[in-house]
Ligand binder design. Structure first.
Ligand code: FES
Length: 166
């Protein structure tokens, strides 16, 4: 497989982490490390994966680029567009929708003065819709970066936005 020239490279710390991750897999199954390596790349790029980073993982694992994209586009925890430093994801799948996630999303839009899938002008906060976060019993559920918040009420949105803007 021919290698693609990429701008993205793991920094030294992440190169070591990537090596450790690969050690967990049998040599002929190193392609299975695509998921943790995408997470590592996303962490290095402050929450999103650009084209170059996906190509880099493809090269790094010697896996066809389409295979890496299949994973990166399937799981909603990977962002293929730039996100804010604080990335708010509102679950709008049916169980959360039934208990008001649409209103929660609208309240965030109003409070942040942005539309869904947009970033505030200062780049600090972005807002997104997301599929089920696996905590349906406690909906509406939102995720801010890696933290889950459950049973969200409209008033909570105001407090959350206020805290994020501090
Ligand atoms: S539907 Fe929202 S967490 Fe499952």
């Amino acid at each position: 497989m021919s290698k693609i020239k990429t701008k993205f490279k793991f920094n030294n710390t992440n190169l070591l982490k990537a090596k450790k991750i690969l050690e967990k897999y049998p040599k002929n199954f190193s392609s299975s490390a695509v998921l943790p390596l995408l997470h590592l790349a996303q962490e290095q790029l402050d929450g999103w994966l650009d084209k170059s980073s996906v190509e880099y993982i493809s090269n790094y694992l010697n896996v066809p680029l389409i295979k890496v994209y299949e994973v990166a586009t399937f799981y909603h925890m990977f962002n293929l567009k730039k996100v804010g430093k604080k990335c708010i994801n509102v679950c709008t799948t049916t169980p959360c929708w039934l208990v008001g996630s649409d209103s929660i999303l609208k309240r965030f839009e109003k409070k942040l003065n942005i539309k869904t899938d947009c970033i505030t002008k200062d780049g600090s906060i972005s807002l997104h819709e997301i599929e089920c976060l696996g905590a349906c019993i406690n909906g509406p559920v939102i995720k801010i970066n890696n933290d889950y918040h459950e049973n969200i009420k409209l008033d909570d949105v105001d407090k959350i936005v206020k805290n994020l803007k501090k």
